[in-house]
Design a protein around this ligand. Structure first.
Ligand code: ATP
Ligand code: MG
Length: 389
């Protein structure tokens, strides 16, 4: 798929932007703090309905507007897809002075209002940023987020299971505390164990399945990018209190059964802790480079190459799951790569219908400048197309 038209209003540092985009490589050049990352964040937000960096929707609305009565940012785009063209509109309402306006997001898909969770992945996208190194070097949360953002774009059931799981987990944790304080009986846990293990099974099965593809692809990409010098292994580490060793269950029902067993085994410890100690909220993914855990042994450059390989693997996963290309977004990552790795990334990305690349340093990526189908200048929240160099 590819975006051929995009409109932005009052988003971050943007006033109004209206752009036509091309198939192929679109290059956005601009000095620091002009709006390059904001632009890609806007596109990624239309895909996932979640910001790639803000924790609060109100941050997304242009700051000068926040004091007004109805602060709202609007994003929309038109997309050509093999599954039929898409018109997507997202309105983000900031905190308002008038209590009758609710803060949050409103979404329309082809003109029809949708819940945000039903609009996720209508536009599929993969975003590369310089922070991706955290997938490899950061805490487990970063790896779970990598999986969640990827899988929820193509699997509505996964997103629903995640939402259900989060609710049940909260209920179960508060019950565990009440059991601990002898305000409730432990038999009450049985129901919540079933509920938790049911959504948990859906999530674990989907993660195991996605990682099967990702592990193969990341291995292939890592080999390519490093000229056969580096080997990466990506292994799912579900949190099942020791029942996670060796063999991996083959379907949801088995994952659910295994999680129920883990909950049974750990019950007294969970009551003592007042918290749920097993399940997908504690999952991790082990990433090894040349046989050693990447977070504590790998060099910075190895970690960066591994992160890049995982994003390329994500693009491949989305393509396979959708039968269509996701839009590939690269936020200032090319200029930090050496020429060989850059070539390796571009070679693969070239097979996707559309790539949107930002850079603050066009001199370092002259080769890309000359190949771009469209070139744009980002300056103080405005975007203008330019021809030539
Ligand atoms: P760099 O090259 O340093 O990565 P960039 O072009 O990617 O820069 P952005 O991250 O897109 O820059 O940010 C551009 C500007 O947007 C920043 O100066 C930031 O302060 C501003 N900004 C962020 N949120 C808002 C908002 N809600 N309202 C107004 N301005 C904002
Ligand atoms: Mg930036």
């Amino acid at each position: 798929m590819f975006i051929f038209d995009i409109q932005i209003a009052n988003y971050r540092n943007y006033g109004r932007v209206s752009l036509k985009l091309d198939r192929g490589l679109n290059l956005f050049v601009g000095d620091n703090a002009q709006g390059k990352s904001n632009f890609l964040e806007a596109i990624y937000l239309m895909s996932t309905l979640r910001s790639s960096r803000a924790s609060n929707d109100a941050d997304l609305v242009r700051r000068d507007l926040l004091q007004t009565e109805f602060p709202v940012a609007r994003l929309s785009c038109e997309v050509e897809r093999s599954a039929g063209n898409l018109e997507l509109e997202v309105a983000i309402v900031g905190r308002t002075t008038d209590a009758t306006h609710r803060a949050g997001k409103r979404v329309r898909v082809n003109g029809v209002p949708k819940r945000a969770s039903d609009a996720v992945g209508q536009l599929a996208a993969v975003l590369f940023t310089t922070l991706d190194i955290d997938i490899v070097a950061g805490p487990p949360l970063m790896r779970r987020r990598y999986l969640d953002m990827m899988i929820s774009q193509v699997d509505r059931g996964y997103l629903r299971a995640m939402q259900r799981y989060a609710k049940v987990l909260q209920q179960r944790n508060s019950l565990l505390k009440r059991v601990q304080g002898r305000e409730a009986s432990s038999a009450e846990l049985n129901f919540w164990d079933q509920e938790l293990a049911h959504s948990g099974g859906v999530i674990m099965q989907a993660r195991a399945d996605a990682l099967g593809h990702v592990a193969l692809q990341a291995g292939f990409q890592m080999d390519r990018l490093s000229d056969g010098q580096e080997r990466i292994e990506v292994i799912y580490r579900p949190a099942l209190g020791g029942l996670d060793a060796n063999d991996s269950p083959i379907d949801e029902t088995e994952w659910t059964a295994r999680m129920l067993r883990a909950l049974g085994m750990l019950r007294s410890r969970e009551i003592a802790a007042g918290a749920t100690l097993v399940g997908p909220h504690r999952d991790d993914v082990l990433i090894e480079i040349n046989g050693m855990p990447s977070d504590s042994f790998a060099s910075r450059a190895q970690q960066r190459t591994a992160a890049l390989s995982l994003r390329l693997a994500e693009a491949s996963y989305l393509r396979r799951a959708l039968g269509d290309d996701p839009v590939v977004l690269l936020d200032d990552v090319l200029s930090e790569l050496d020429a060989r790795r850059r070539r390796g990334v571009l070679e693969f990305i070239d097979s996707f219908q559309q790539t949107i690349v930002t850079t603050a340093d066009p001199d370092r990526i002259r080769d890309i400048m000359t190949r771009a189908a469209g070139r744009y200048l980002v300056s103080a929240g405005t975007i203008t197309r330019f021809e030539g160099e």
